[in-house]
Design a protein around this ligand. Structure first.
Ligand SMILES: Cc1cc2nc3c(=O)[nH]c(=O)nc-3n(C[C@H](O)[C@H](O)[C@H](O)COP(=O)(O)OP(=O)(O)OC[C@H]3O[C@@H](n4cnc5c(N)ncnc54)[C@H](O)[C@@H]3O)c2cc1C
Length: 383
């Protein structure tokens, strides 16, 4: 029997919406299944802004994918006729020996990316909202900035549908099964069953359930985002860069200028949070969490730290043991491809991950180097 779809994409958040678009663009008969609506706020892809940068302290090996991601973000803006990417410049601050500073410098030098190294006095002259400790330095990257996650997800679904993809929302996948001889898959949802030649699993923080057969060592973490209302022009786009600041205790806090009229946004990158599940997580942000954020922000943006809280919401990370992504074919079923474990830093890669997933499910291979993201790497066996 010929399966009615070439590929089903399970989950239309950041990664799934991009895979859907990439597959539809290649002329595949593709079905996207999403339990909520594109752009919803219960997964990992909400909160108005996501940082994008290239001097990647997480590892210089990410840089070629980032260069491709920038190209693809610009192309998607063109196709959608909407702004998806705002470049504000980025400052990556910390003590000179911190991972944030040394890692950003290593990536910038390795790939010859434009950057500057500034001391504390220059930082606060250039960006008056910032008053770093005198021992702090910053690697400054002029082409860093942010993307708009909800707009990107909705836009990807719209472009995919325009290219022929079928999108079914409000439909939860209950299970999937590989067919005999691994020629295809059957996906069963709350509304019916679908047969396809291949399956792309992009379930975000629901991946531990959807991929329960693999027993992956992933941890879903609750991570709040906070908007303050300092009501001062130096927190606007063009006056404040995106930043990550590593404090003396190694905690990294991050910030965005006012991207959406709600005020500048801040958070703690990879807050050491207890494991949760996406269906049972506490989505309320509590007063003691706001107080902790204020104490940490006081080290770098003191006026915002003391300003009224405009809004606070939770978001979910799906973290792998080494904080590198997991992008691979299913070890038992080569027609199933998965992307998970984005560990709080995946959104900037959305279009390029979509391209890689389409490559893997259609061709079985990709020109992008994904060795670091394989299921077979030692860190993924450490469960
Ligand atoms: C607070 C916070 C700040 C972040 N900041 C940055 C940043 O500045 N820069 C950056 O690059 N990254 C950042 N990230 C990380 C980035 O947003 C994530 O890596 C990315 O959004 C992951 O996308 P995803 O597609 O894997 O997950 P999601 O967008 O959550 O998508 C998964 C989708 O699958 C659907 N789904 C799951 N199970 C089923 C099912 N059974 N049936 C049907 N549908 C299903 C879900 O409803 C969801 O829509 C941040 C994340 C958070 C939480």
């Amino acid at each position: 029997m010929v399966a009615p779809y070439d590929v089903v994409v399970l989950g239309l958040g950041g990664m799934g919406s991009a895979a859907l678009r990439s597959l539809a663009g290649r002329g595949c008969r593709v079905l996207g299944l999403e339990q909520f609506e594109p752009g919803h706020d219960r997964g990992s892809s909400s909160g108005g802004s996501r940082m994008i940068r290239q001097a990647y302290f997480e590892g210089p090996a990410y840089v070629p994918m980032l260069v491709r991601a920038y190209e693809m973000w610009r192309a998607a803006e063109h196709d959608l006729g909407e702004r998806l990417l705002t470049l504000t410049g980025g400052a990556f601050l910390g003590p000179p020996e911190s991972r944030t500073v040394t890692g950003s410098l290593t990536a910038a030098r390795h790939w010859n990316l434009p950057h500057e190294l500034l001391d504390a006095a220059v930082i606060s002259r250039r960006w008056p909202a910032m008053s770093p400790d005198p021992a702090t330095v910053a690697v400054v990257e002029p082409t860093a900035g942010f993307v708009y996650p909800e707009r990107a997800v909705v836009g990807n679904c719209r472009l995919a549908a325009a290219a022929g993809a079928e999108v079914r929302t409000g439909e939860r996948v209950l299970c999937w099964q590989a067919s005999a001889a691994d020629e295809g898959v059957r996906v069963t949802t709350t509304a019916g069953s679908y047969d396809a030649g291949g399956l792309v699993v992009t379930a975000g923080p629901w991946a531990p359930q959807v991929l329960a057969d693999l027993g992956l060592p992933l941890v879903v973490e609750r991570q709040p985002q906070y908007w303050f209302a300092p009501d001062r022009p130096e927190y606007g786009v063009g006056r404040l860069p995106v930043f990550i600041c590593e404090l003396a205790d190694g905690v990294q806090i991050y910030g965005f200028p006012d991207a959406d009229g709600h005020g500048p946004k801040f958070g703690i990158f990879r807050l050491d949070a207890p494991p949760v599940t996406a269906d049972t997580v506490d989505r309320e942000v509590h007063l003691e969490e706001v107080a902790r954020m204020r104490r940490q922000l006081a080290h770098i943006v003191p006026v915002a730290a003391a300003a009224p809280l405009a809004k606070a919401v939770t978001c979910l990370y799906t973290t792998s043991p080494d904080e590198h992504f997991v992008i691979d074919r299913h070890p038992a079923h080569p027609q199933v491809v998965l992307a998970t474990g984005f560990s709080g830093h995946g959104f900037k890669f959305v279009p390029v991950v979509g391209e890689i997933l389409a490559d893997l499910v259609v061709d079985g291979t990709t020109r992008h180097d994904i060795e670091m993201f394989r299921l077979s790497r030692p860190a993924m066996a450490a469960a």
